[in-house]
Design a protein around this ligand. Structure first.
Ligand SMILES: [Fe+2]
Length: 118
């Protein structure tokens, strides 16, 4: 890892792993107290992911562009009412035309390391 963006993506990947681990452990917990603690810890890890994602916007222009794009408001038809990010895929290749671009969304939300580390 050579720059802050890489470091932040690495931390986010670890945080995602931790969320999954805490949620899995919470399902196995016998007592409501332990289950509650594990769910609370998972919740806090999600905050860490959000904080890192926000910080990553400052050091990764592509990340910033995508965050702004996916958070743009929707019109009545459900299309993004986009700003400058609309149609602008940043300095790199158009990610939607990449072979690595996702083609389906899992029914069960799941964080993955590979989706966060370049
Ligand atoms: Fe954390």
């Amino acid at each position: 890892m050579s720059n802050d963006a890489d470091l932040l993506r690495h931390v986010m990947a670890r945080e995602c792993e931790t969320v999954n681990e805490y949620l899995a452990l919470a399902e196995r917990a016998q007592s409501p107290e332990v289950k509650g603690l594990l769910l609370h810890l998972a919740y806090e890890e999600k905050e860490h992911i959000a904080v890192c994602a926000k910080e990553l916007m400052k050091v990764d222009a592509d990340h910033k562009m995508w965050m702004e794009k996916v958070h743009a408001p929707l019109d009545a038809q459900g299309k993004r009412l986009n700003t400058a990010a609309s149609g602008d895929h940043g300095p790199g290749p158009n990610p939607t035309q990449s072979a690595a671009a996702p083609t389906a969304v899992s029914a069960k939300p799941q964080f993955t390391i590979g989706s966060l580390i370049r």
